[in-house]
Ligand binder design. Structure first.
Ligand SMILES: *Cc1c(COP(=O)(O)O)cnc(C)c1O
Length: 382
């Protein structure tokens, strides 16, 4: 499977016909336990927190599409992140991106800090900031690129060199790019994390997370955490993500095309102040985006010239095709207000420090007809 091109891998990875029945699609193994012919004698499945055949098929698919060796599926994206932090001990330090998903920041600051893990937030778009924050206790570097919602890009290869020198694990949240646009393991990362809820699932009908890695020992440690802590996804949800992955290629192609159209439309709009999208040649990290990504996806944010909450609210509540909702990466377009919705868990001063202003509007551009999406925005922005 690893010799095939990505579009083929997306369809076939992990999907062997069911040996018992010949079913082309992996069945939903809705079972909690498996019969043993004698104590300890089983067919590789004992109890569904530890192993489930639907989950196994998905985990194999995840490994293949991210060019990894092992995949692990979790009950949510934050559960996957939680498992990575549980590799650490009290006193260990994590260097993390200053601008990232609000729920990741909340997990780090509100849950793990009290267990004695120290998080240092830096602007990772400049690798020298990461280097400067390294200490003897640095055990993990956590990147998100592109970032949610400001679309900043960090050079994964350059940070991986710093991580290796420091003996730290590099984990990259690849949710925004999806494996279709970026493969962090190829760029030197040790672990790739996904909120499968987003582009992998692709239809806004499931909550799930994933970790993918090459290293056998890291897989053993993370599998031990997965089964010991128990944040595993159910078989129905694994089936849905497996199904979503099959169309990731065609969906992402359209997300990218529509993203280009909407980004340029907004940039030329008289009432728009700034568009945050990494596909513009004058984006500060455009060179790196071009180098490490195969396209720019369907995520972008923008501010109006009237950067007040009231003006943003008017747009947020006027679109019809763009539904006002958290989340992203589904086939349908969504509009979001990070300051009050997805990133409300980050204190306002912290948000403003990284440029996440009260008036910022985030779009997840879906795969509808781009003309209709632009007409919808035109009516709302006025
Ligand atoms: C949504 C999201 C998460 C969290 O994933 P859940 O599936 O909601 O738990 C993490 N990182 C990014 C970039 C996200 O967009």
């Amino acid at each position: 499977m690893n010799t095939h091109k990505l579009a083929t891998k997306l369809i076939h990875a992990g999907a062997e016909p069911d040996p018992g029945t010949g079913a082309i699609m992996t069945p939903i193994f809705q079972t909690s336990t498996y019969v043993q012919s004698a104590p300890g004698v089983n067919k590789g499945f004992e109890y569904a927190r530890s192993q489930n055949p639907t989950r196994k098929a998905l985990e194999e698919a995840l490994a293949i599409i991210e060019n990894g060796k092992h995949g692990l599926a979790f009950s949510s994206g934050v559960a996957a992140t939680d498992a990575v932090i549980k590799l650490l001990d009290p006193g260990d330090e994590v260097i993390a991106a200053a601008d990232m998903y609000g729920g990741t920041y909340r997990l780090f600051t509100k849950i793990f800090e009290k267990f004695g893990i120290k998080f240092i937030y830096v602007d990772t778009t400049d690798v020298s900031n990461v280097e400067a924050a390294i200490s003897k206790s640095t055990k993990l570097i956590w990147l998100e690129t592109p970032t949610n919602p400001l679309m900043n890009i960090t050079d994964i290869s350059a940070v991986s060199v710093v991580a290796k020198k420091a003996g730290a694990i590099l984990c990259v949240d690849n949710t925004f790019a999806s494996p279709y646009l970026q493969n962090p393991l190829d760029l030197g990362a040790d672990i790739v994390m996904h909120s499968s809820t987003k582009y992998l699932g692709g239809h806004s009908d499931v909550i799930q997370g994933a970790l993918i890695m090459k290293d056998d020992k890291l897989r053993e440690q993370l599998y031990f955490i997965q089964k010991s802590c128990g944040a595993v996804p159910g078989p129905m949800d694994c089936f849905l993500v497996l199904r979503g992955i099959k169309t990731l290629g065609v969906r992402m192609k359209q997300h990218c095309e529509n993203g280009i159209r909407v980004a340029h439309y907004l940039r030329n709009h008289a009432k728009v102040e700034r568009v945050y999208w990494c596909g513009f040649e004058d984006h500060p990290n455009y060179g790196i985006a071009k180098k490490q990504m195969r396209g720019f996806g369907g995520m972008l944010s923008f501010t109006l010239k009237d950067n007040s909450i009231e003006a943003a609210n008017k747009v947020l509540s006027s679109t019809k095709l763009f539904s006002l909702a958290e989340s992203l990466g589904g086939v349908e377009s969504l509009i979001n207000h990070p300051a009050s919705m997805t990133h409300a868990s980050i204190p306002r001063e912290e948000r403003l420090k990284v440029g996440l202003t009260d008036g910022l509007i985030r779009l997840s551009v879906g795969i509808e007809d781009a003309d209709d999406l632009i007409a919808d925005l035109e009516k709302a922005i006025g």
